[in-house]
Design a protein around this ligand. Structure first.
Ligand code: LRH
Ligand code: MN
Ligand code: MN
Length: 388
């Protein structure tokens, strides 16, 4: 049996990157509701992310989205984050909001548009040097709405050429992660719709290019943990965008829609050596809090990941191997379910207290008065890029 004391040292290795955009107002195409206390600047977003880290010790980094988080002085922003106790993490490019990208960006037929999209990524790499970020994350809205609208093969070839130019600019310690998504905003075909396409593209680039798996970017019923297993097996899982979904790319709090799926994903992460301080896998959140307060939303998110990580670490590997080898179908399933049904909340609260944290970070935050203070201080909070 694996016990909680066996996994205690491993829990300290958990590090989750928070997306700057989770702290901005967001919504759907129908309405963006404002939330009192919403940050007005990237500095306030970083301050809020640091608050999440203060209460949980789980969130030491903040991912940026360019141009949403554009500033004049990135070195100063890096300094600002360090003073708050966090670092700047993954830099996300954005080629999905400008009119010029209506028919694509890195895949565009027009060389001038493609050049502009490539240059944007080169600028992101320059920013990464100043922020000290390791990863450039690329998600493309590129695709078509109608059969015949574009030459899918030509677009794939141009994508490869564009990515090649971007990859060539990476520093030795930098990486590129290519995110896939099965549909939206394009509805007929998407140029990077699945892990296989991302894998094929990044493998052609080289070792510093990997796949980013956003948990909300698959067709309903997809066995995501299988993809996690396969990418880890191939050494190409670079990062996660964690969130949860009931229907499409809902960007809801991770673990909210299907905690069991999150558990199964994390079991494969642990199995494939994707967890821990030396792991190449970046754990990021990619969420939006449309109707709830942002800081508690992020606190809930990182706690959900921590809880399911603890349960995944509790899986009795030896017993599982033995049952699997013996063809003991129900026994093997029992071993997994035992870990899943273990309530780790009390042990985790004690673990936090042993590290000088509140046992219940959510309650502690809500009692701190921070939410009321920022609601009073900040008038006119900015939207995240969504709905802007
Ligand atoms: C696209 C996506 C991608 C973007 C983020 C804001 O749906 O998941 O990661 O950069 O949302
Ligand atoms: Mn994402
Ligand atoms: Mn998404």
């Amino acid at each position: 049996m694996t016990s909680f004391s066996d996994i205690r040292p491993l829990l300290a290795e958990q590090a989750i990157e928070l997306p700057s955009w989770a702290f901005g107002n967001s919504g759907t195409r129908f309405k963006v509701f404002g939330t009192p206390g919403t940050p007005r600047t990237i500095q306030e977003k970083i301050t809020d992310a640091a608050t999440v880290n203060d209460y949980t010790q789980l969130a030491p980094a903040v991912a940026l989205h360019i141009p949403w988080d554009k500033v004049d002085d990135y070195a100063a922003l890096r300094e600002f984050a360090a003073e708050k106790g966090v670092r700047l993490g993954t830099v996300n490019s954005n080629t999905f909001q400008d009119d010029v990208y209506k028919f694509g960006s890195l895949t565009h037929v027009d060389d001038a548009v493609r050049r502009r999209a490539i240059d944007h990524h080169l600028e992101c790499i320059d920013i990464m040097h100043e922020t000290g970020s390791r990863d450039l994350k690329i998600w493309l809205a590129d695709g078509t709405n109608y059969p015949g609208q574009g030459d899918m093969r030509g677009r794939q070839d141009r994508l490869a050429a564009s990515l090649g130019e971007i990859y060539a600019r990476l520093g030795d310690e930098q990486r590129l992660v290519l995110e896939y998504k099965f549909f939206e905003p394009a509805f007929y075909h998407t140029d990077v719709p699945d892990w296989g396409t991302s894998y094929a593209q990044v493998t052609a680039l080289g070792e510093k290019a990997m796949v980013c798996l956003d948990t909300g970017h698959h067709a309903p019923g997809t066995n995501i943990e299988f993809i996690v297993m396969q990418l880890l097996r191939l050494g190409k899982l670079g990062s996660f965008d964690f969130n949860s979904r009931f229907y499409a790319d809902d960007d809801l709090i991770v673990g909210a829609a299907d905690p069991f799926q999150l558990f199964r994903i994390l079991v494969e992460v642990v199995r494939g050596d994707g967890y821990g301080a030396d792991s190449p896998v970046a754990f990021m959140l990619d969420q939006c809090h449309n109707v709830e307060d942002k800081i508690p939303g992020q606190i809930r998110s990182v706690l959900n990941v921590q809880e399911m990580t603890a349960r995944a670490l509790l899986v009795d590997r030896d017993a599982l191997d033995a049952a699997q080898s013996a063809g003991d179908v129900l026994g093997a399933n029992d071993v997994l379910m035992d870990a899943f049904y273990t309530d780790v909340r009390g042990d985790l609260a004690a673990w936090r207290e042993s590290r000088g944290l509140a046992g219940d970070p959510m309650r502690a935050y809500l009692a701190s008065g921070t939410q009321e203070r920022i609601a009073a201080e900040r008038v006119g909070g900015t939207q995240s890029g969504w709905g802007a």
